[in-house]
Design a protein around this ligand. Structure first.
Ligand code: MEV
Length: 323
């Protein structure tokens, strides 16, 4: 009766997943040891592994038109292969013959944790296919190593949300090798957010690198900004737990001002923030690496209006509930 029709829906069931994320407060400062608050979004990267007779590891990302054979020797890998290549080396799968297909529903380079979600999805696909018995902690640790390559000095927050898919307060360990502080946030009610997507691709490695250069020139000045972000993130956690959205909105607005001071905003990001505030958002700020990418707007009353205004201005908007 021919080849069975594999619908999108039935295919989803056996694909491994890594969650996309937003950062509500604390990005960039978290790289320097401050707290940050992040939450998963209903966008995920999925992946599936299959045996082949091709004699190597073949990676397919049809949506991006990406197809490549993983180079066995890490020294010969290009920048795209380098990060995911760590997974195959660590799991000792580089010599296998397989096809990995990736379905990225997190937009690329938009500050929504796409690279971490992809690493987690690929690790989970390999874990399922080869029955490796990896726990979430091991998956998270391996995805962190991929992130370090992708981001330069990653804090580990993106891979943690990609792995666990829960809202959380995060603080990196002060010593390399120690475990970070991760606390799941339990909220009394879900928090209504609009994600505004600028469409301007931006690599987190680049903005993290720019902040590092500025910090190296004047550590005292920048440490002061990171401390302020740390303080408002901890206040933000309280506001979320008390469902005090006015206060949370204020903190998001101030956080955006500080991120702007770090020069990780962009023309598009500023326009999206202004649109959100003018249409009644209580707070609006860039999310993730910045330099383009996405913003988050806190919209308890007029969410459709804010999202519609962003779309009218030529941007994408997504309404999500956090918590
Ligand atoms: C990226 O989502 C968040 C940054 O703080 C980088 C990191 O924490 O690794 C900009």
């Amino acid at each position: 009766r021919g080849v069975p029709d594999v619908t999108e829906q039935s295919a989803v069931d056996h694909r491994a997943c890594g969650h996309g994320k937003i950062i509500l407060l604390g990005e960039h400062a978290v790289v320097y040891g401050s707290h940050a608050i992040a939450a998963p979004v209903p966008l995920a990267v999925r992946a599936v592994a299959q045996d082949t007779k091709s004699g190597g590891v073949d990676m397919f990302i049809p949506r991006w038109g990406v197809e490549y054979r993983l180079h066995r020797d890490p020294a010969h890998r290009d920048s795209f292969q380098r990060s995911l290549g760590i997974i195959f080396d660590t799991l000792e799968l580089t010599e296998r013959s397989m096809r990995i297909e990736v379905f990225p529903n997190v937009p690329r380079a938009m500050g929504l944790g796409g690279s971490a979600a992809m690493a987690v999805a690929v690790i989970r696909a390999l874990d399922q296919h080869y029955k490796l018995g990896l726990g979430d902690e091991e998956i998270n640790a391996l995805a962190f190593r991929c992130e370090e390559v992708a981001h330069g000095s990653a804090s580990g927050i993106d891979n943690t949300v990609a792995t666990y898919g829960k809202p959380l307060l995060y603080k990196r360990a002060s010593k390399k090798g120690d475990a970070p502080m991760v606390r799941e946030l339990h909220l009394p009610k879900r928090i209504p957010i609009v994600i505004g997507i600028s469409g301007k691709e931006s690599l987190t490695a680049v903005t993290v690198g720019k902040v590092r250069t500025a910090w190296q020139r004047n550590p005292v000045l920048y440490d002061g900004i990171f401390q302020q972000i740390d303080g408002l993130t901890l206040q933000g956690m309280e506001a979320m737990q008390q469902y005090d959205l006015e206060r949370l909105g204020d903190l998001m607005n101030i956080c955006h001002g500080l991120l702007n001071a770090l020069r990780v905003s962009s023309w598009e990001v500023e326009e999206l923030v202004q649109i959100a505030r003018e249409h009644g958002a209580l707070g609006a700020k860039l999310t993730g690496g910045g330099g383009g990418g996405s913003i988050v707007a806190l919209c308890p009353q007029n969410r459709e209006k804010v999202a519609a205004a962003m779309r009218d201005a030529g941007y994408q908007a997504m309404e999500v509930d956090i918590g």
